[in-house]
Design a protein around this ligand. Structure first.
Ligand SMILES: [Zn+2]
Length: 360
């Protein structure tokens, strides 16, 4: 006769998480008991305080062709929290109780791009919550290289700050690294209200640029003025906004356009640029097949710059603006983690100004 003695080392600790077992609409999201993650020697265990939604979450939930997930999957790329346990190989500067943000980029560390510090070009680049389980949970185990300590001097709400990493690193790379925006430059942001656009507005203001924003919502335009936008255009009531801009810039055109709307606005964005101007893009929410007048490209000597996410260094550099209070998380509303389904529905309707954050 043999007696089964459970090994305490394999004791399963449970937590709450919002998961999905199959792709589909928001109602596939389910708040349930889930096994708490194991902490590897190179990892810390984080008690999640805030996890922000991104459009990426909607795409992953619905299903991205070619992306195969281990089900059930946990979404969530933008995470703030507190360290509650350290793996055996974790650096001394991290300790239990440390408040942290999570760098959502997953890179190999050894390819030619990683060695250059260009992690977002990594041959196997992935995003936490997309390619691996994310932060819609009470706890998450994070590799130590993805842990960013929040300085004690930073006056920041630990739940709201989760709104920042992904969109901040994306906007910083677009404007500072790619467009090389300078004091006095005119920047046109197409479609204000989303996370990247709001981070871009604040980064551009901190860099000394003049910012013009467009939206189909007068309410969003008014709110963007309070964040420093100097001119606003309702692109529904003024469809030929490039002509308005032409007058606003005294027939010069703007230095940089940030257009993540794509198909619906692309042609007008190109027309809005000055000679030698730059169009930067990190998305195409209205469709990805747009018409380009090549005469404009060569005659005006325009540059089109694509970008996605950012490097570890770009995120850490951009966060200095947050620690000093020059860039703030803009949060539309906070839902409990158990209401992630409602939060997804709000994001799908696109009525929000700023980020939607879940609180476990
Ligand atoms: Zn790599």
């Amino acid at each position: 006769m043999s007696i089964f003695i459970p090994n305490p080392l394999y004791q399963v600790i449970m937590m709450k998480a919002t998961v999905f077992h199959k792709h589909g609409p928001p109602d596939v999201l389910s708040y349930e008991d889930f096994e708490s993650p194991k902490v590897h020697p190179n990892q810390v265990l984080v008690k999640v305080k805030g996890v922000a939604l991104n459009h990426l979450d909607l795409f992953v939930r619905s299903g991205i062709p070619g992306l195969s997930l281990k089900m059930p999957h946990i979404l969530g790329s933008d995470i703030s929290g507190e360290i509650v346990e350290l793996g055996s190989d974790v650096r001394d500067s991290l300790g239990v109780g440390q408040k942290i943000l999570v760098d959502p980029g997953i890179s190999c560390g050894v390819c030619e791009f990683c060695i250059r510090g260009e992690e977002s070009l990594c041959l196997t680049y992935g995003i936490l919550g997309e390619h691996s389980r994310g932060g819609y949970a009470d706890y998450i185990a994070i590799d130590q290289q993805n842990v960013i300590p929040i300085p004690e001097s930073a006056r920041i709400d630990l739940v709201e700050v989760a709104a920042l990493p992904l969109t901040l690193m994306t906007a910083w790379r677009l404007l500072i690294t790619k467009a090389k925006i300078k004091p006095g430059d005119d920047l046109l942001i197409i479609g204000i209200g989303g996370g990247v656009a709001l981070a871009a507005l604040q980064i551009a203001k901190a860099a000394g640029a003049r910012v013009i924003v467009t939206s189909s919502s007068d309410e969003k335009l008014e709110k963007s003025v309070s964040l420093g936008a100097e001119a606003t255009i309702n692109h529904s009531t003024t469809p030929e906004y490039h002509k308005e801009l032409y007058q606003f810039t005294k027939t010069r055109g703007v230095d940089v356009v940030l257009d993540s709307v794509g198909q619906a606005t692309w042609a007008r964005s190109l027309k809005s640029l000055r000679k030698g101007g730059k169009l930067v893009t990190c998305g195409a929410t209205s469709g990805s097949t747009a018409e380009t007048n090549l005469n404009l490209i060569f005659w005006k000597q325009l540059e089109i710059l694509g970008s996605t996410m950012g490097s570890r260094d770009e995120l850490r550099t951009a966060l200095k603006l947050v620690w000093s209070g020059k860039v703030k998380p803009i949060v539309d509303r906070i839902f409990p983690l158990s209401k992630a389904r409602d939060a997804h529905e709000v994001l799908e309707r696109g009525e929000q100004f700023g980020k939607i954050v879940l609180r476990p």
